[in-house]
Design a protein around this ligand. Structure first.
Ligand SMILES: [Fe+2]
Length: 534
């Protein structure tokens, strides 16, 4: 049995139910919740971290909040006891037509986060939701169910973004995403937080300091909770979560820069000769994953068990789109050649290289083989495309340094004749669009997929439209059709004929109020994999 199925089964056995049974379970415990738990009196507004929705299905989605009247205080200013929270979903902004309602428990073990898996709703339509705790009502959030199975929606529109170092700039990109009309979902590719210690203005280090992280480098559960709370107090980020359902994933900085499987960045090689032992790093992963779960609108299947978490999953949007959310961190082998960017050493060409791990790779290809969808999205973290850098170097943290794993994936997709595979990625803090060939190192091999890489929301500050490194990347990699190094995000729109990705750029992030600009529109026609400017 594969990991994800075993995990779901174990959760069910432990009484954590999901899907339609989850709502029934909530209804059943609703009465005791109200009778057995005292309504709290809050010293301040308890919904200071906002609301969120995620994981849209045809019959529902997850709604989320976290009670934290003093978000930056220990325990968010909450008492160490369980607190009842009621919720309701409505068809209209005035909450006159209630579609579902119930009670949940905000528990101190989960930082008083609430995840409700709502089901029983109608497919392919918008809803509003809100929570109540004590006499406080939350802000209203907006969500949308996915189209019915087998339905053929005329289009699916989604945004994707990530890499949001809090110190490096303002979250203007999230404000602009909040204002985007008619998004079916927002995919977050990761680097939602950065783990680094706070720097004060004028202090040396990586990137500009527009505002400062609270605290030291995150190691404990309390550290990670505080870091998420600080990021989530940002009104632009809150607005984006309240406006659209998210598909969250994580990359490295949710735990530790460039971690890989059981290995910390401090892996005993290259720049880090003194290793953190894997059994010790596992404790940090457990803390980091728990805080990630607590703060993301994800299903109970993503509840971590110690250092293990199941975050890869599939979501279908009628017959138009299948989204495979991948995990390229937890099951990969350590970066070869001591990490960094350098020409390939022999270790790069190891035959058994793993990026997804055997179980996830098999699960992905099985889903590709059976896909009913016109567009098959690989929503993941690090660039898959061939990306040769200065002096022929490659980045040891990307798919370029795991070529055997990449070849198995591309061969698997091509052999299964999966229609229109489209790869999403980020992590490199520049916008890229590329045609992916069956053998990425061979310019004469056939195109089999298309890749869009979102730039960072803030990481590395204002950036520039073009850099010397960017000119070199374009010169060395003819399959890369776009390079743009401002901050921003992507908005993609798929129809049966084509998928168009708009690369939204911001002229600055070190000051507030940047206008929304279009860096480029890149398009791929169905049945072809070549990406071109529209
Ligand atoms: Fe990043």
């Amino acid at each position: 049995m594969d990991t994800i199925r075993r995990h779901i089964l174990d959760l069910s056995r432990r009484g954590l139910l999901r899907g339609s049974t989850g709502l029934a379970a909530l209804a059943a415990i609703g009465a005791p919740v109200r009778e057995g738990l005292a309504q709290p009196a809050f010293r301040a507004f308890p919904f200071a971290l906002g609301v969120a929705s995620g994981e849209p299905a045809p019959d529902g989605f997850v709604i989320w909040t976290r009670l934290a009247p003093e978000p930056l205080a220990p325990d968010g200013g909450m008492p160490r006891r369980a607190v009842p929270v009621s919720w309701e979903i409505a068809e209209d902004e005035a909450f006159a037509r209630i579609a579902a309602s119930g009670s949940a428990i905000a528990r101190p073990e989960l930082a008083h986060a609430v995840h409700v898996e709502v089901s029983g709703l109608a497919p392919g339509r918008p809803y509003v939701y809100r929570f109540q705790a004590g006499d406080a009502a939350s802000p209203t959030g907006r969500a949308r169910t996915a189209p019915a199975p087998g339905a053929a929606p005329p289009r699916i529109r989604f945004a994707f973004a990530g890499c949001q170092h809090y110190e490096h700039g303002h979250f203007t990109a999230w404000r602009k995403i909040a204002e985007e009309a008619d998004l079916d979902f927002v995919f977050h590719y990761g680097d939602y937080i950065y783990e680094y210690a706070g720097r004060q203005p004028g202090q040396r280090g990586w990137g500009p300091i527009v505002r400062s992280h609270l605290g030291e480098e995150t190691v404990s559960l309390a550290d990670y909770r505080l870091r998420y709370a600080q990021y989530r107090t940002d009104p632009d980020l809150q607005a984006a979560h309240a406006a659209h359902p998210f598909l969250p994933s994580y990359d490295d900085h949710e735990v530790d820069n460039n971690w890989a499987g059981p290995f910390s960045e401090e892996d005993g090689r290259g720049r880090f000769p003194v290793a953190v032992p894997p059994e010790v790093f596992a404790l940090r992963k457990a803390a980091a994953f728990q805080a990630w779960y607590e703060n993301m609108p994800v299903r109970r299947t993503a509840l971590p068990r110690g250092p293990d978490i199941t975050a890869y999953r599939r979501l279908d949007f009628g017959t138009l789109m299948r989204v495979n959310v991948l995990d390229t961190r937890q099951f990969r082998d350590d970066q070869p050649c001591g990490d960094g960017a350098k020409p390939a050493c022999p270790e790069v060409f190891r035959a058994e290289a793993q990026m997804l791990g055997a179980a996830q790779e098999r699960w992905l290809l099985d889903g590709m083989a059976r896909s009913p969808a016109r567009w098959n999205i690989l929503a993941q973290q690090v660039p898959l495309m061939r990306r040769e850098l200065r002096d022929g170097a490659i980045s040891m943290d990307k798919w370029d340094a795991y070529p055997a794993a990449r070849q198995r994936l591309l061969d698997g997709i091509a052999e299964r004749r999966t229609p229109n595979p489209v790869v999403l990625s980020g992590d490199v803090h520049v916008a890229l669009a590329a045609t992916v060939r069956r053998r990425p190192e061979d310019a004469s091999s056939a195109p089999v997929a298309t890749e869009f890489t979102a730039t960072s929301v803030t990481s590395e500050g204002d950036g520039a439209e073009m850099t010397r490194g960017g000119e070199e990347v374009l010169r060395r990699n003819p399959d890369i059709a776009l390079f743009h190094a401002r901050r921003g995000y992507c908005v993609a729109e798929a129809t049966t004929q084509r998928l168009t990705t708009e690369f939204v750029a911001l002229p600055f992030v070190t000051r507030e109020g940047a206008p929304r600009e279009t860096a480029a529109r890149m398009v791929v026609e169905a049945g072809r994999a070549e990406v071109v400017r529209s």
